[in-house]
Every structure is written in structure tokens, then in C-alpha cells.
Ligand binder design. Structure first.
Ligand SMILES: Nc1ncnc2c1ncn2[C@@H]1O[C@H](COP(=O)(O)OP(=O)(O)O)[C@@H](O)[C@H]1O
Ligand SMILES: [Mg+2]
Length: 602
């Protein structure tokens, strides 16, 4: 398991080794995102360098105009030099502007290409990851990978990185130009670089702390919100609102406080920056003024020096801002790369075994299993279910019935031993063959947006409407579907398309029957049905289970009647295994359960 699987995301908990691994993981991801775009990035770099150089030429041209062209114009009334300099200035400005425009477009294309790639990768990969991952990775966290993390990365690429690269390039070019125009002013700027560096460093350190804190709190705010709203039924039934209000207000208040602190940080940084800039300009003007008065320096050169110094400080604020977007983006990149490097714990086979026609024989071969390799749920479990048999699996809550079902559906792999279908290890089956052969219906009957017919057709995407109707009829769902506003074409998310939990289960039955698997597992799939509906289903079940292997986990013992064989499970072991009649007539656990159940009926 990689680092993000189950652990928290606060990086401060990690050892140095782990931090390094995380950094390398982020860089790997970044590299893989950028490498297909190398050519475009090189183009953007060239365009940016040329346009910055042209921009930086401005002040020098102004200096030349004042010192060289203006005297010629005043003394000889010769317009030529002034026109030439103005022309060059205009040309440089226009070219720089055009190139900047081009650069913006190229850079935006690069950003969007990276984001598109990343967005697709996150979706495809998270969808492919095994159930084990999804059971431990909360929905709030997985949502932020696709939303706020991508936003942070976009902000970095769109704004931050652009600002940094163009700001630093501009600063370097400006400094070089200043050294060329007037090296003594350049030296003054160099000295000013010392307090500037301290200021930037201070800001970087402090903002790093504040921003990390802010991210942690903002994640908590989101998690609190998502959890409350996804669990809204439980919240309302247990009157948890007041407590939630309190927690949320506290979190939101903390979030405000930390943001306020970050503003104070800016409130200190910006005046500091202005002070350094003003002092530097003052010294350049003073020292330049003295030299102009002695004739050692032209006024024009002094003017260009002053312009350079002023320009030099202009992008500093943006560079500092970059540091912030950089920090949240690296954090986002770390988390995203964590998800992307998570490997499915139930991997597809490298060389799958073909199984076109499955008969449906299931075997557990000395299977040992525990979730996350921890506490053993199934200890050395063996079971043979011949093809075509209908099994009723009963036992107390927590006995391991659903675990057994999840192993048959290969949502998990055994820690030891193997589960086979027609003698083939499930791990060797192509996922397509596996999903066609084995279908599990659970209590949670999820409906996707779309029509009722679409939802049934999930089990067989190319099914005709007649097939869909036949499947619905077989499970006794057609009556209520026909009574919906648009029948089979009713949108399940629209008003009038809202169906009850029991009706959802009927739809998911129709879905499973349409899929026509060799092995069908029903894990308490009738729990939301009322007794008449369940009886209806049972009649349907009898015919539909006739020619396939079935494992029915039922909490109502009435279902057991249609089974060929009953398995009673306790603490991950089968303690009784016989025909329903034999078990009922016996003296074991099942006989007791059955007697107790009979009593509740009279
Ligand atoms: N996703 C999971 N992660 C860790 N433990 C689990 C998970 N699902 C079930 N368990 C544990 O496995 C045991 C068997 O659970 P389960 O198979 O769901 O029982 P049943 O379906 O018979 O009620 C229980 O002790 C339960 O706590
Ligand atoms: Mg269960």
C-alpha cells in the first residue's frame, strides 16, 4: 500500500525517507505530464525570452533618445536620429506585445493539455482501483483530488509559473541592461538585493506555515460539509444539527483566522518591498544626480537607470505570490500522484485464461482472508459449490457471509489459497469474462442518472427494449415501471421518476437477470422488499435460478425454501451444510433459528 491509501495527508507525520519518496513521486508525475509537451514548452520559452529582451530594451532607447537624439534635434534641427530611435522603440514595443500575446496562447494550451491529461488520468485510475481502496479513501478526499487539487495545479500553471518564469527572466534581463547602461547604479541595486532576499525569505517561510495550516483547515471544512450532507438522513434522525453547527462554526472560524493571518503577512511584506524599492531608487537618483552635475553621466542614462530600478521591483510581488500557489500546487501534486501510484489490490491478469462459456462451478480452496491482511475473517476455508446449485447462506451478522460473496465476485483476493470458477483461479480470468460470469446484487441498489430502461440495460448494454421488458417482467418489476410517468423512459432523477428503495431493488434484479450470469449472488438483496414483493420475487427466483449457480444470502429464512442446500456460517466457518429439509428436521443451529423464526410468523 502506498502512502495515501489509508494514512492522513498531513505531511508533517512523514519521515524524511517518506517525504523524499513523495517528492520523487510528484516529480515523476510532473515529468510524465510534461514530456509529451516538450516541443511546445521550448517554443513558449523562446517566445518569452525574445519578448522579454525586447521589453527590456525600452528604457535604454529612451536614454539614447534623450542623450543622443535630442541634442541633435535641438542643435542641428535634424529630426532623423529622433525618428529612428522612436521607430525602433515602437517596433520593439509592438513586437514584444505581439510575442507576449502569442506566448499567452501557447502557455494556455500547455496548461490545458496538462490539466486534461491529469483529469482523465485521475478519473480512469480511481475508477480502476479496487474496492479496498474505495472503502478506505473517503468520498470527500476523492472529490478534492478531482476538484480543488486540480484547481491548485491549474492556478500554478496558469498564473504562478508564468509569473515566476517571466518575472525572474525580466529581473535578470533588467539587471543586465542596468549594468550595461550604468554599472554604478547596478551596484546599488545589487546591494539592495541583500535586504530584498531577506524579505522574500521571511515571507516564504512564514507563508509556508500559514498556508499549510490553511490547507489543513480548509480540508477539514470540506470534509465536515461533505460528511454532514451525505449522512443527512442520520443527521436529521438523530437531531445532530446543533452539534454539527457548532463544529462547523468553529472550523469556519479557524479558517477565517488563518486567512486573516495570511493577509497580515501580505500587509507586512508589501510595505517592506515598497520601502526597499524606494530606498534603492533614492540612492540611484542621488548618486546619479551627483554624477550628472559633474558631467560624468548623461541625464538620459540616469533616467533609464531609474526606470530599470523601478521595473526591477515590479514583478517581485508576483514572484512572492508564486510561492503560495507553488506550495498548494505541490501539496496537490503530492496527493494526486499518491492516488495515481496506488495500484489495484485486485490486479488484472497479465495472461488471462479464456472462459467463454462458464458453467458456474465455484470452489474455495483453503482460502484464508482478512481485510488489509489484518484480522483473519475466513480461516482456511474450503467449499465446493457445483455448477447449477442454489445455495442459501445464513448466519449471524458479522459471520463473514458478505466477505465470502465479495471473494466470489473478486472484489478482494484471498490472502492465501484460491477461489476458482470452473477450476480456473479467479485471478487468472479476464475481467470481462469474470464480470459476465459472476454478478452480485446487494442491498445497495444504485441507480445511475438516465432512464429506467438504461438502468436495467446496464447488465447488457446492447439489449433491446423487448429484452429489457422481459427481464423486468421476470422479476415482477414491470407493473410499477409501467405506472411511472413515462414508463421505461422515465428519468430516475426527475420528479416522478423517484422510486422507493424496494423498487430500486426490483430494478437491480432486472439488471442482474438481463445480464444472465452463470453465477448470481444475492447479498441481502431483498432486504428492502415487503413480504408480498419478496414472495413475488421468490416465485421469479425459482425459475430464474433454475439453470445457474446461485448464492443467496438472506435474512428472511423463507428464502431458504427454494435452495438446494443451506450453509450456516459462524465466525468465518461453515458449521452446518445440508438440504433445507434435513437441517430443519435436525437439532443444529439452523433448526433453532428456523423454529424461532416460525414463532414470529404466528
Ligand atoms: N471493508 C471491511 N474492512 C474491514 N473489515 C471488514 C470489512 N467488511 C467487513 N469487515 C469485517 O469482516 C467481518 C465479516 O463481515 P461480513 O462478511 O460483512 O459479515 P456478514 O455479511 O456475515 O454480516 C466482520 O467482523 C466485519 O467487521
Ligand atoms: Mg453482510
Amino acid at each position: 500500500m502506498t502512502l495515501t491509501g489509508t494514512q492522513g495527508e498531513d505531511r508533517s507525520n512523514y519521515t524524511r525517507e517518506e517525504s523524499r519518496a513523495i517528492r520523487q513521486r510528484s516529480l515523476r508525475l510532473l515529468g510524465s505530464l510534461i514530456s509529451p509537451l516538450r516541443a511546445r514548452i521550448a517554443l513558449a520559452a523562446v517566445v518569452l525570452v525574445v519578448s522579454t529582451a525586447l521589453q527590456v530594451a525600452g528604457p535604454i532607447l529612451i536614454g539614447v533618445a534623450i542623450d543622443k537624439a535630442l541634442p541633435v534635434l535641438l542643435e542641428q534641427n535634424d529630426w532623423m536620429p529622433a525618428l529612428v530611435v522612436s521607430g525602433v522603440y515602437l517596433l520593439a514595443g509592438a513586437t514584444a506585445a505581439a510575442l507576449i500575446g502569442w506566448y499567452v496562447v501557447v502557455a494556455a494550451r500547455i496548461t490545458q493539455a496538462v490539466l486534461l491529461d491529469l483529469r482523465k488520468r485521475i478519473f480512469l485510475h480511481t475508477q480502476r482501483l479496487s474496492l479496498e481502496f474505495h472503502e478506505s479513501y473517503t468520498s470527500g478526499r476523492i472529490i478534492s483530488r478531482q476538484t480543488s487539487d486540480l484547481d491548485s495545479i491549474r492556478e500554478l500553471l496558469d498564473g504562478g509559473l508564468n509569473n515566476l518564469v517571466s518575472g525572474v527572466l525580466f529581473g535578470i534581463f533588467t539587471f543586465i541592461a542596468l549594468m550595461v547602461a550604468d554599472w554604478q547604479s547596478g551596484m546599488i541595486l545589487l546591494v539592495a538585493g541583500i535586504p530584498l532576499a531577506f524579505l522574500m525569505r521571511w515571507f516564504y517561510k512564514r507563508s509556508q506555515l500559514v498556508y499549510r495550516e490553511s490547507r489543513v483547515i480548509s480540508a477539514k471544512v470540506i470534509v465536515q460539509f461533505v460528511e454532514t450532507m451525505t449522512g443527512i438522513r442520520a443527521v436529521k434522525s438523530f437531531r445532530k444539527e446543533p452539534r454539527n453547527d457548532e463544529t462547523f462554526q468553529k472550523l469556519a472560524g479557524d479558517y477565517r483566522d488563518v486567512n486573516r493571518r495570511s493577509m497580515v503577512l501580505f500587509g507586512t511584506f508589501e510595505p517592506g518591498l515598497m520601502a526597499v524599492a524606494a530606498l534603492t531608487t533614492t540612492f540611484v537618483v542621488l548618486w546619479g544626480g551627483i554624477r550628472v552635475s559633474t558631467g560624468a553621466l548623461g541625464v538620459g542614462v540616469l533616467l533609464s537607470a531609474v526606470l530599470y530600478v523601478r521595473n526591477f521591483f515590479a514583478p517581485m510581488q508576483e514572484i512572492a505570490m508564486f510561492l503560495n500557489s507553488y506550495q498548494s500546487a505541490t501539496a496537490a501534486l503530492e496527493k494526486v500522484s499518491g492516488v495515481l501510484e496506488e495500484v489495484p489490490t485486485v490486479p488484472d491478469p497479465a495472461k488471462p485464461v479464456d472462459l467463454w462459456e462458464s458453467r458456474g462451478g465455484i470452489r474455495f480452496d483453503e482460502v484464508t482472508f482478512g481485510y488489509n491482511g489484518e484480522k483473519t475473517i475466513l480461516p482456511n476455508f474450503s467449499l465446493d459449490i457445483p455448477a447449477g446449485q442454489t445455495i442459501a447462506l445464513v448466519g449471524t451478522t458479522g459471520a463473514g457471509k458478505s466477505t465470502l460473496a465479495k471473494l466470489v465476485s473478486r472484489f478482494y483476493d484471498p490472502t492465501k489459497g484460491k477461489v476458482t470458477l470452473d477450476g480456473v483461479d479467479l485471478r487468472m480470468l479476464h475481467p470481462k469474462d469474470l464480470r459476465r460470469a459472476i454478478v452480485m446484487v446487494t442491498q445497495e441498489a444504485y441507480l445511475f442518472s438516465g432512464t429506467v430502461a438504461d438502468n436495467i440495460a446496464l447488465g447488457k448494454p446492447d439489449a433491446t427494449l423487448d429484452e429489457i421488458r422481459a427481464a423486468a417482467r421476470a422479476v415482477g418489476a414491470d407493473e410499477f415501471i409501467e405506472s411511472l410517468p413515462d414508463g421505461y423512459a422515465t428519468d430516475v432523477n426527475k420528479r416522478g421518476g423517484r422510486v422507493s428503495a424496494g423498487q430500486r431493488q426490483l430494478i437491480s434484479f432486472a439488471r442482474a437477470f438481463l445480464a444472465d450470469p452463470a453465477v448470481l449472488i444475492l447479498d441481502e438483496a431483498t432486504a428492502s422488499l415487503d413480504i408480498p414483493s419478496e414472495r413475488l420475487i421468490q416465485d421469479a427466483l425459482q425459475t430464474l435460478l433454475a439453470d445457474r449457480t446461485a448464492i443467496i444470502i438472506a435474512h428472511r429464512l423463507s428464502t431458504v425454501a427454494i435452495a438446494d442446500r443451506v450453509l450456516v456460517m459462524e465466525h468465518g466457518r461453515i458449521i452446518e451444510d445440508d438440504t433445507p429439509a434435513a437441517l430443519i428436521g435436525g437439532t443444529g443451529k439452523f433448526a433453532q433459528l428456523h423454529a424461532a423464526w416460525q414463532e414470529t410468523l404466528v
